[in-house]
Design a protein around this ligand. Structure first.
Ligand code: ATR
Length: 262
């Protein structure tokens, strides 16, 4: 599908999606135009309608509109239904389709590092939208046990209650962020703490072997502590590229090689 694409959000200036999609298109010999579109906070639906009325082929959705995009779609993929959030839109036969490629983007970025996910124990810090989007793809990629740690325990309880039916093959449990302990193959920071410059404390009782920070380009106390322990670490740029690769594949039917763009 050549044509017009865009990422919609508010704010939008910081988005790196256009440069990624142009890089994929160049590599794969596809012609496209990919814009940044700023939607007013109360004008998401009108902006999406306008974009497709102008002949738009596909749209990425970013903060704060992913839940609104989910609500707007006529048809949702299974992983978008489970995430209750949509980051990839397209139209077919007059209907609006929505998918969520964030979780698979994370999985692909992790596998690209040669960090195995098969039969792993994973600790995810945070119980917001970012966590909701990644549990199902992590389990499908082989995670056996996932613990969700949150500052506000009830939010983690609600999240697990909601998701456990979608991933019956995995064991899920919760813990308060202030009471971390035990041993994990991988810890993922899916809190927004580093985005707002706040610290996450990892106590000595918590043992882990790999650390993934979903944010990128910001100082992260989470990454600093993992590095101080000599644990392999990485930040969310790979996830960003991974979700873009997946969106591109949905729209164009060809999948860029993630490793070429990291
Ligand atoms: P997102 O969609 O990015 O997940 P969100 O839904 O606002 O954003 O969720 C943010 C997550 O980061 C929550 O789990 C939040 O914890 P609470 O549910 O207790 O609010 C977590 N978070 C944000 N700032 C934090 C901090 N300074 N320390 C620990 N957790 C934090």
């Amino acid at each position: 599908m050549a044509g017009l694409f865009a990422v919609i959000g508010n704010p939008i200036e910081q988005s790196r999606s256009p440069e990624l999609h142009y890089a994929f298109a160049e590599k794969l010999g596809i012609e496209l135009s990919y814009q940044k579109r700023l939607a007013p906070l109360d004008g998401f639906e009108a902006s999406v309608t306008e974009f497709f009325a102008q002949g738009g082929s596909g749209m990425n959705v970013t903060v704060p509109f992913k839940e609104q995009a989910y609500a707007l779609c006529d048809v949702l993929t299974e992983r978008a239904q489970i995430a209750k959030a949509v980051n990839t839109l397209w139209q077919k036969d007059g209907q609006l389709y929505g998918d969520n490629t964030d979780g698979q983007g994370l999985v692909d970025a992790i596998l690209e590092l040669n960090w195995s996910l098969k039969n792993t124990r994973i600790l995810i810090l945070g119980a917001g939208g970012a966590t909701r989007g990644v549990i199902y793809p992590l389990v499908k990629a082989g995670a056996k046990h996932i613990t969700v740690a949150n500052r506000t325990l009830v939010r983690a309880e609600q999240l697990i209650g909601d998701l456990k039916h979608a991933v019956p093959e995995a064991e899920l449990d919760i813990v308060e962020l202030a009471k971390l302990s035990g041993e994990y193959d991988l810890v993922i920071n899916a809190t927004s703490a580093s985005l707002s410059g706040e610290a996450i404390i990892l106590p000595p009782e918590l043992k882990f072997h790999h650390a993934y920070e979903m944010a990128y380009g910001k100082p992260s106390t989470f990454i600093e502590q993992a590095k101080a322990r000599g644990v392999p670490t990485t930040e969310g740029f790979g996830m960003l590229v991974g979700q873009a690769v997946e969106s591109f594949a949905i729209w164009h039917g060809v999948k860029p090689e993630l490793k070429d763009f990291l």
